[in-house]
Design a protein around this ligand. Structure first.
Ligand code: NAD
Length: 488
């Protein structure tokens, strides 16, 4: 079996223990992961805290930090094939997607490389003739970046990019599922030349590793992506230390199709919205809200595609849908699909495990139009399961789209520009795609509200979140301060 190491203080080392990681395509263990426990977490945080003050990092100009990020982007591209293969093997995500994703992960680092020396402070026009006042932006401190199993390299990039551009240091905790690509990525951090301790990469389980990291008093900010329940634990820890946080959580995103939509585009986008990454995507368009007049024809097209997508070995370039990342995840999906059918929903396609080794589940469509409170309409499944609702009027479409505790993303398909504008204004989500879905870019902020969390990743604002403002008052007068009892 392959054996991976954690990366602490510029050193590749074993963890306190090891655990096996499984290839989701065959269910077989293939590598040993280093398990970080309290001592490892403490070492990683102490190293990041030292690096924060060390002139090797603190003494670099913003431009020099940008150059390191730029080199990291180049190394990612150079090693794209090897990293993508490891991600596919450890997470089951199809090679088509992992190889394409590495390039835009590199683009995120490149964006923040360019931004590093553009996060300006300000000079304030103070109304005192003998004072100069300006604002400096300083790194917020040690950042704990905690990511889930899906798209770990991407979810790391949207945290590390802005944090490093701002001059912070980081402890990155990979998910216990599918950590291999992140631990491989640590080699590139090292090769790029970041000084020891600037980025530390560990993995381990929630209670023994994630929780210890999020509650560490030397951590100033927690950047978290994962589920709402874990997020609540994290916020409690942050409250204890008065650390700041950003939470990118899940979604139950509406995908609204009007009768005047370009049906070909709507079909392809809906297929990608729910079956790409086997539905293990926070922005999965998992609630199709379809106008009644086109429902039957649209569902028929989706059913035909769902039954004909190539579900196979994720390392094969032809494969369109791979396995789920874990057996636990597949069991959960089975449970919710079963309870949704028990609640009266109609099974249109799929609905069962695929009879082969590994954690494969059929692309599934459930018509919940008569049962809008069925479990699959309310709960995030994080799997290839589409639930359908039907509307007659635009008002009903808006009401259905917003009838969720989540607020991450939404898709609207219509050729009517005025209607598109009305929908954009009324849909309560952090991202709205019109006649498109699943588009991302480093320059566009991303995030949600409600059960989908708070804070934004991507764009300039995200980088500013990793800075703290220092207000400087400089007395330029050579006169002695006259009255000690007067505020100046
Ligand atoms: P999870 O919350 O169980 O785990 C996420 C990470 O948190 C893992 O690294 C885990 O080890 C760690 N963790 C677990 N318990 C912890 C604790 N008590 N303290 C600190 N860390 C702890 O999430 P998951 O099930 O692995 O991931 C799926 C979830 O992630 C879904 O809800 C999905 O929607 C969400 N997600 C959101 C986005 C987004 O950008 N909004 C992107 C991808 C995934």
């Amino acid at each position: 079996m392959d054996q991976f190491q954690q990366y602490i203080d510029g050193d590749f080392q074993n963890g306190s223990d090891t655990f096996e990681t499984v290839n989701p395509a065959n269910g077989e263990p293939w590598a040993l992961m280093p398990e970080a426990r309290r001592e490892d977490v403490n070492n990683a945080v102490a190293s990041a805290a030292r690096a924060l003050r060390d002139p090797k990092w603190a003494g670099l100009s913003a431009t020099q930090r940008g150059k390191l990020l730029y080199r990291l982007a180049e190394l990612l591209e150079k090693n794209a094939k090897a990293v993508a293969e490891i991600e596919t093997r450890d997470t089951g995500k199809i090679i088509r997607e992992t190889s394409a994703q590495i390039n835009y992960v590199a683009d995120f680092y490149r964006y923040y490389a360019g931004l590093a020396d553009k996060m300006e402070g300000a000079h304030l026009p103070i109304d005192r003739p003998d004072m100069e006042v300006w604002l400096k932006r300083e790194p917020v401190g040690v950042v704990a970046a905690i990511v889930p199993w899906n798209s770990q390299l991407f979810l790391s990039a949207v945290k590390l990019g802005p944090a490093l551009a701002a001059g912070c240091t980081v402890v990155l905790k990979a998910s216990e599922d599918g950590a291999a690509p992140v631990l491989t990525f640590a080699r590139l951090i090292d090769e790029a030349g970041f000084p020891p301790g600037v980025v530390n990469v560990i993995t381990g389980f929630g209670p023994e590793c994630g929780s210890v990291l999020a509650s560490h008093p030397q951590v100033s900010r927690v950047a978290f992506t994962g589920g709402p329940e874990t997020a609540r634990h994290i916020v409690r820890h942050c409250a204890e230390n008065l650390a700041s946080s950003s939470l990118e959580l899940g979604g139950k995103s509406p995908f609204v199709v009007f009768e005047d939509a370009d049906i070909g585009s709507a079909t392809n986008s809906q297929i990608s919205a729910i079956f790409a990454a086997s539905g293990q995507s926070c922005v999965a368009g998992s609630r199709l809200i379809i106008q009644r007049s086109i429902k039957e024809a649209f569902i028929e097209r989706l059913k035909h595609t769902a039954q004909n997508v190539i579900v196979d070995d994720p390392s094969d370039m032809r494969t369109e849908v791979g396995p789920l990342c874990t057996l636990r995840q597949r069991n959960w999906i089975n449970e919710v699909v079963e309870s949704t059918i028990d609640a009266g929903a109609k099974l249109v396609a799929g609905g069962a495990n695929i009879d082969r080794p590994g954690f494969f589940f059929q692309p599934t469509i459930l018509d919940c139009s008569e049962h809008p409170d069925a479990p699959s309409i309310r709960m995030e499944l994080f799997g290839p399961v589409l639930s359908v609702l039907t509307f007659d009027t635009e008002e009903e479409a808006v009401e259905m789209a917003n009838d969720t505790e989540y607020g991450l993303a939404a898709g609207v398909f219509t050729r009517n520009l005025a209607r598109a504008h009305r929908m954009i204004n009324q849909i309560d989500a952090g991202v709205v795609w019109v006649n498109s879905y699943r588009a991302v870019s480093p320059i566009v902020p991303f995030g949600g509200h409600g059960l989908s969390g708070y804070g934004r990743e991507g764009g300039i604002e995200a980088a500013l979140e990793y800075t703290k403002v220092k207000s400087v008052w400089l007395n330029t007068s050579e006169d002695t301060i006259p009255d000690p009892f007067l505020m100046r």
